[in-house]
Design a protein around this ligand. Structure first.
Ligand code: SF4
Ligand code: SF4
Length: 474
């Protein structure tokens, strides 16, 4: 693959995507049911799966085995994660871009796209609007452009943390931006970020080359594949990987995501914090062939198999997907969703109810409000969480702790989810959502055994409900 001369890699950077091996695994005869069940059992014992084992699950394509996969993903989700769902919102800062990704409305040559970079006052207004709706966790999204350098990203993060409206505050800022060099990551880390996301989009080399012209920065496959290794070397151990499904064979991309997760785990002792698996959506001026389009049926398999393959990694399902499918897939092990999302630049204050395609990267499937999504979650028995405690207390590797430290979820995650949900209900919820949410909190409290932890939790809930005290966490 072509390399651009000025882009330095991490020490020992390597292309770990072995296409021949993946192709051989995907071409293997259908595995027998006993082998599939063995792999499922390993996953339910919380063992991350190898690429080969993941291929076994991908080969399980009979209706019966698929149902077993779905059931196992549900079990893993329920017994390990419980019923928490973390909520966040994206905030697009600027859509200037030097790249030419064929699937993206923001690509440099798309003259129909309205270009804009929010200035400080505009960012402040967007964050105020998000805080007024109850958001606590944001991901800032940037195109790839020299003006969005590490200093610019750093300053945006600091600006966001400084915005306060009433009881509102953004407590965790994640980043989705162009790959940085090590110095750039260090600068951005110093602003106090949570996760840094870089998606490979497609791990298949020829497809990558076809989608990302070689003269562009993004045309350098290895520089992008190595992006989060450099982040690790710069001290950012909280990274998010992802693939854009619909560019190439979804089964190949699943194997590659697992290979990427294992590569980071083996090399740095910590796997990715999250995996994202967006599907290609309609976008202004984009006409892709639909050969690799992922059907809803395959998408369900994809989510269930990822859940089983990487039990320590959060799965993010975004508002690209329609509301009904999102609702269904929560049961398969998704752990984070965005809500109340607008992706037009300035969309949280300027957009009406309809989407504006000239101003967004792609079309969303779910533009319900945070309150509507949260109301549905609590009605369905999910506990919404805005928890940011581990990041704030310097407890890193948090997904690993959730699994590996006995009682961690009971002692920390569930109480913190309850406290942040109670804050939302008190400060921002509609009467219907508040009533449904309080019923859920009462039911959750019933399940917590009596003792000092519960007494402390009840006292903190009382403070939230009766006083102005906020941001109480374990
Ligand atoms: Fe630019 Fe990202 Fe769009 Fe590619 S996907 S054109 S890098 S904004
Ligand atoms: Fe995540 Fe830590 Fe909060 Fe648990 S306590 S939900 S691991 S941030």
């Amino acid at each position: 693959m072509p390399r651009l001369p000025d882009l330095a890699l991490s020490d020992g950077a390597v292309d770990f995507i072995d296409e021949d091996r993946f192709a051989a695994l995907l071409a293997a005869p259908r595995p027998d049911a006993a082998r599939v069940r063995d792999v499922i059992a390993r996953s339910l014992a919380k063992q991350p799966l190898t690429v080969e084992e993941t291929a076994v699950l991908l080969g399980a394509d009979t209706p019966d085995l698929q149902q077993e996969l779905f059931a196992a993903a549900r079990t893993l989700k329920e017994t390990v994660y419980g019923n928490r769902i973390v909520l966040f919102a994206p905030l697009y800062i600027g859509n200037d871009c030097v790249n030419e990704c064929l699937y993206c409305a923001f690509r440099h040559s798309n003259a129909d796209e309205v270009r804009r970079t929010l200035d400080a006052a505009e960012i402040r207004r967007q964050v105020e609007a998000l805080e007024q709706r109850g958001h606590k966790r944001l991901i800032l999204v940037f195109g790839e452009h020299p003006r969005y350098d590490a200093d610019f990203i750093h300053d945006c993060v600091r600006l966001v943390y400084g915005v306060r409206v009433g009881p509102g505050a953004i407590r965790r800022v994640n980043i989705n931006a162009a790959p940085q060099d090590i110095a750039g990551y260090r600068r951005i880390k110093a602003a106090g970020i949570g996760t840094f996301q870089v998606f490979q989009e497609t791990y298949h080399h020829a497809t990558y080359a076809a989608m990302h012209p070689r003269h562009t920065r993004k045309g350098d496959y290895l520089y992008r594949l190595d992006a989060l290794s450099r982040a690790q070397e710069a001290g950012i151990d909280d990274v998010g990987i992802g693939a854009l499904f619909g560019l190439y064979d979804w089964r190949f991309e699943v194997l590659a995501l697992v290979a990427h997760a294992r590569h980071l785990q083996e090399r740095y002792g910590v796997g990715p914090h999250t995996i994202s698996f967006p599907r290609v959506r309609p976008a202004l001026g984009v006409a892709l062939d639909e050969r690799w389009k992922v059907s809803d049926a395959d998408f369900r398999r994809l989510v269930a198999i990822l859940r089983l393959a990487v039990p320590y990694t959060g799965l993010i399902l975004t508002a690209r997907e329609p509301a009904e499918l999102r609702r269904e897939l929560l049961g398969f092990g998704v752990s984070q969703i965005d809500a109340g999302t607008r992706i037009e630049l300035g969309g949280y204050t300027e957009a009406g109810d309809a989407q504006c395609m000239e101003r967004e990267q792609f079309e969303l499937g779910d533009i319900r409000s945070l309150d509507a999504v949260l109301g549905e979650l609590v009605t369905d028995g999910y506990l919404p969480s805005f928890c940011t405690a581990c990041y704030r207390l310097g407890r890193t590797g948090e997904h690993f702790m959730e699994f590996a430290i006995p009682g961690f979820i009971k002692r920390f995650c569930t109480p913190n989810a309850l406290l942040t949900a109670a804050e939302y209900l008190r400060d921002y919820a509609s009467p219907e959502t508040r009533a449904a949410g309080e019923r859920l909190i009462a039911a959750e409290l019933e399940r917590i055994e009596e003792g000092p932890l519960k007494a402390e939790l009840l006292d903190r809930l009382r403070q939230i409900r009766e006083t102005d005290r906020r941001d109480l966490y374990f």
